[in-house]
Design a protein around this ligand. Structure first.
Ligand SMILES: [Fe+2]
Ligand SMILES: [Fe+2]
Length: 191
């Protein structure tokens, strides 16, 4: 099969109805696409893997099922091995090697996209003017977006061999264009 964005979106929305999960998928997709562009990689392909990484979370909400029990569904739908392996590799508990740039990028964008999104939601201007410094400060407040695994955020930047501030700035830039879809305000709303 050809892995297209339309196809991936159809699979995602077949299994996922929750708005917050769909927003998470869109946020991670946008971040991974940002890096694909930056690295001259196949943006559509990378974006599809990102879009689908948590596609089964709603039907498999625990780690004894997610994402491993989603893999056979993707296989049945005809998705290629590289995409399925990438999806599986985002889960720490499976301890699979992150041996491609896409796997590294997906892992690095998963938790941080959620965290940056959360930072934007509490600001009147959303992501506009959000500095890496203030994201870093919030990372040190355990009560803020408590579900985000901080260690995975730091590990992600290391995996990409990027300074954390640079990685944060990239993710902010990636999410800004889809602020509306993510339910975020912008500077234009605050004016
Ligand atoms: Fe996941
Ligand atoms: Fe995720």
């Amino acid at each position: 099969m050809d892995v297209t964005r339309d196809r991936a979106w159809a699979t995602l929305t077949h299994y996922t109805k929750s708005e917050s999960l769909l927003r998470h998928a869109l946020a991670v997709e946008a971040s991974v696409r940002w890096y694909a562009r930056d690295l001259g990689e196949d943006e559509e392909a990378w974006g599809c893997a990102a879009l689908l990484h948590d596609f089964d979370y709603e039907i498999h909400p625990t780690l004894d099922e997610h994402p491993q029990d989603g893999a056979p569904i993707l296989r049945e739908e005809g998705y290629p091995d590289w995409l399925i392996e990438t999806v599986l590799s985002h889960a720490d508990h499976l301890e699979l090697p992150r041996d491609t740039q896409l796997k590294k990028t997906l892992f690095a964008c998963d938790e941080l996209s959620g965290f940056v999104h959360a930072c934007g939601l509490v600001r009147p201007t959303g992501l506009d003017g959000l500095e890496p410094k203030s994201v870093r400060k919030k990372l040190k407040q355990p009560s803020f977006a408590a579900g985000v695994h901080r260690d995975e955020v730091y590990q992600g930047a290391e995996l990409l061999e990027l300074d954390l501030d640079e990685h944060i700035a990239n993710v902010v830039a990636a999410l800004q264009p889809i602020s509306r879809e993510l339910g975020l305000r912008t500077a234009a709303d605050a004016a």
